[in-house]
Design a binder for this molecule. Structure first.
Ligand code: AMP
Ligand code: MG
Length: 487
């Protein structure tokens, strides 16, 4: 276990030089204090969880102090936002403080979000509000606990610094961690500004640091692109299987590592709705829940365009063609498991599709449906769940198919079934209304609910003895919360 001053830095991205990032110092926030810290994320840096309580922790992650070996940099990138190319992006309010490596030799970027203005701030104030910082913290750590690849969050530091959004709010900082902060938009930036030398330097850096196995392949860039396609297919399959809606899948919010990245107005589905739009400024529904799959492919094709200096168009096209079949395979595998099936049959896809059709327009809580399906035998569970469906006859027909399918599964036994299903079907998810209750208290200076919710969500599959029921369906008001996109 390390103390805070024992972190070891190795700032590989900073060493790429000024074409890739600009040196900027964090601007401190007033009266920095710990809102919440993640012991699991601290463990990735070998940090003793106790150090989060020390004043110096809040000072470091509130922009007041810096390690001598840190080299804070604002990264430059561009990207496609809502389908249109924006050449003017970059870290407008976040700084890569440096890269820390742990005892296992893993490097972690320390990225401080809300650290003040940079050359890429455009009209922005460089700040992040408490509300959005808490949401990103909770979502990062909750997704990780669900087994969904994501950037991590070390802590949120609150302050007295006023910031203006729709109303006056308080500034906060979030310390985000990831093995890399390189986005699709990094490659697009050097491609569209026609700087092949620097694009190559970036490509070689990413290959050497994050895809070393691809360097052994005859065409390393193609092998890397293939892996990015594979990772995104798997990531988006997990989002779809668990009802996670990212909300702003612009290419500058897509990680080259295929992890969930840059949280804005995201949401987990409460009642199932394939057309759900969590971002209230997304009028066209470009990033609606079901569109995440074609948009994932669209984003990969934007990355492919930026990689044309390194890879032939035919090879890129062929590799892009892997996305949908890979997505389908991962998705179906996850959904089979959510249904408690241990084997594959040709008709399983139809079984899943039909279930979702029946859920659409009913008031079926997407997460709890699967959880409760595993509570009892298939026979008893479907009998209990049918009341939430509008088309009960349709559901009964589905239930007959499902019971017959369960009876054909090679692994039988109710105890095993419950265990297997509960291990993949969470009891607790980050519902918007739960986040909102924690945020309302935090805005009044009470951080206990944020901490409690974080603790509950860090074990989403285990029934926990908590006073309030975090596992309940949302109240009516909680289903229709308008989550502001300002952050
Ligand atoms: P986002 O919607 O958070 O992914 O941000 C899109 C772009 O706007 C990124 O380049 C951000 O750095 C920048 N940005 C967002 N909010 C601010 C802010 N308050 N101040 C400066 N830049 C910002
Ligand atoms: Mg972003």
């Amino acid at each position: 276990m390390k103390a805070l001053d024992e972190l070891t830095f190795d700032n590989r991205f900073a060493r790429l030089g000024d074409a890739f990032s600009t040196h900027v110092l964090p601007e401190p926030i007033d009266r920095p204090r710990l809102v919440v810290a993640s012991p699991a994320a601290m463990a990735l840096l070998d940090l003793d969880p106790e150090v989060a309580q020390s004043p110096v922790f809040a000072e470091l992650f509130g922009g007041h102090k810096l390690w001598a070996e840190a080299e804070p940099r604002a990264m430059v990138y561009s990207g496609h936002q809502f389908g249109s190319y924006n050449p003017q992006l970059g870290d407008g309010r976040g700084l890569l403080l440096g890269e820390v490596y742990n005892a296992a030799g893993e490097h972690w970027d320390l990225h401080l979000k809300g650290a003040g203005q940079t050359p890429y701030s455009r009209m922005g104030d460089g700040r992040a509000v408490l509300r959005s910082s808490i949401r990103e913290f909770l979502a990062s750590e909750a997704l990780h606990a669900l087994g969904i690849p994501t950037t991590r969050a070390l802590c949120v530091i609150g302050s007295d610094t006023p910031v203006w959004r729709e109303k006056q709010e308080r500034a906060a900082m979030l310390l985000r961690m990831s093995p890399s902060h390189v986005r699709f938009g990094h490659f697009e930036y050097f491609y569209y500004t026609k700087r092949p030398e620097q694009q190559k330097q970036l490509g070689e850096h990413v290959l050497a640091m994050h895809f070393p196995a691809c360097l052994e392949q005859p065409e390393p860039y193609l092998a890397m692109f293939r892996e990015v396609v594979e990772r995104n297919a798997e990531l988006i399959a997990k989002w779809q299987a668990y009802g996670f809606c990212h909300g702003v899948m612009n290419t500058d919010n897509m990680s080259i590592l295929g992890v969930t990245f840059d949280f804005g107005p995201f949401a987990f589905l409460d009642d199932f709705d394939a057309h759900f739009i969590c971002n209230h400024s997304d009028d066209q529904g470009r990033y609606s829940f079901s569109n995440q799959v074609p948009i994932g492919q669209w984003n990969l094709s934007a990355l492919a365009q930026a990689l044309t200096p390194f890879i032939s168009v035919e090879a890129l096209r062929e590799t892009l063609g892997l996305f949908l079949p890979l997505f389908q395979a991962h998705y179906l595998d996850l959904m089979r498991r959510r249904l408690g099936l241990t084997s594959a049959e040709d008709e399983d896809q139809k079984l899943v599709e039909r279930l979702l059709q029946l859920m659409q327009g009913s008031s079926v809580d997407y997460s709890l449906f699967f959880r409760h399906l595993g509570d009892e035998s298939a026979e008893l569970a479907v009998a209990r769940l049918r009341d939430d469906f509008v088309d009960r006859q349709g559901f009964d027909a589905w239930a007959d198919l499902y019971k017959a399918r369960v009876a054909r599964d090679p692994v039988q036994g109710q105890e095993l079934r419950r265990e297997r299903m509960h291990a993949v079907n969470p009891l607790y998810i980050l519902r918007n209304y739960l986040a909102q209750k924690a945020i309302d208290a935090a805005e009044q200076g009470d951080y206990s609910e944020v901490r409690r919710l974080h603790a509950v969500l860090s074990k989403p599959f285990e029934q926990q003895a908590v006073m309030d029921s975090y596992a309940e369906r949302p109240p009516e008001w909680g289903k229709h919360l308008e989550i502001s996109c300002s952050s």
